[in-house]
Design a protein around this ligand. Structure first.
Ligand code: PDD
Length: 286
């Protein structure tokens, strides 16, 4: 496996980062997860734009201009002999002396990983997944904005651990005010009376790229959309529910806290949006 590290591709055995790297010491850095279908990357420009936004938000200048990334990512795919690929770009503050001050790190560390895409088991798409509402709250936007895709993922990890303890596929976090936000690695949608509802960005969520695509497809197909603030009760009364992210696309949800959502089967709008996602995919490939 070839890994891009800082300025060149190296074998994975040589792809090592210093114990003084501030990404390791402090979670100081940003990342993106991307997916390639037949060698073409889904929503490439949007992922790169978000990477740059995340970097700017923490005062981390990316060492390469946005225009240089597509060729590097293509090379990561082709060198590894891949077509359907999972890609991860990680950029940390870099190596520096102990201390929180980013000025201690002269150069960011850049890593690009490209692996064969490992799909979720088909049964999850056929039957839907189970969710639980977890106790841990989503980071307060004013403290650490969920829109920064940072290497500080502990908030989400705590949610995932709680979900695992509850034997659920994933956990939904509420924000400090008690409104729904998102799951540990995905955005959430639900359907109520034919309306497609999803927490608004103001609730404190990552501005998911798949979420944007699903909203666009819904709008184009005349599905009524509502972005707003919803409590857990709204979700309990939903007819349908699904999750979105780059690796899941549209993932149906069958139950919430051991109670069926709607019929307990993937609902008609969920299936329609999943189908629209698949049939329109080529429009969104770079
Ligand atoms: N996660 N919300 C959170 C907290 C996420 O981590 C992600 C993505 C999403 C969906 O974003 P997108 O549609 O742009 O993938 C929502 C990726 C898959 C990850 O962390 O690996």
């Amino acid at each position: 496996m070839w890994v891009f590290l800082n300025d060149k591709f190296v074998d994975r055995k040589e792809a090592v980062v210093s114990v003084f790297d501030h990404g390791f010491l402090y979670g100081d850095g940003v990342y993106e997860t991307l997916r390639a279908y037949g060698g073409r990357i889904f929503m490439l420009q949007q992922h790169l734009a978000r990477l740059h936004r995340s970097g700017r938000s923490i005062g981390l200048d990316l060492p390469m201009p946005e225009k240089d990334w597509p060729a590097l990512l293509s090379e990561a795919i082709s060198r590894n002999g891949l077509t359907d690929a999972y890609l991860r770009i990680t950029i940390s503050r870099g190596e520096g002396e102990i201390g929180l001050d980013p000025a201690l790190c002269p150069r960011p560390t850049v890593v690009i990983l490209a692996k064969p895409f490992a799909p979720y088991p088909p049964a999850l798409f056929l039957d839907g997944v189970s969710l639980t509402i977890v106790q841990v709250r989503r980071n307060l936007s004013a403290a650490l904005s969920p829109q920064i895709k940072s290497l500080n993922v502990l908030n989400n990890i705590l949610a995932k651990q709680e979900a695992t303890r509850a034997r659920a596929f994933d956990g939904i976090m509420l924000n400090a005010e008690g409104y729904l936000t998102e799951c540990s690695v995905s955005n959430i949608f639900f359907v109520r009376g034919g309306r497609l509802c999803t927490p608004s960005l103001e609730c404190g969520i990552l501005d998911g790229i798949t979420r944007e695509v699903v909203l666009l497809l819904a709008r184009e197909n005349g599905v009524p959309i509502e972005e707003g603030r919803y409590n857990a009760e709204a979700l309990r009364q939903a007819d349908e529910c699904f999750l979105t992210n780059t690796t899941m696309e549209v993932m149906p949800v069958r139950e919430l806290d051991n109670m069926p959502v709607g019929s307990g089967r993937p609902g008609p709008l969920t299936l329609k949006l999943r189908e629209l996602f698949r049939s329109n995919l080529s429009r969104f490939l770079g």
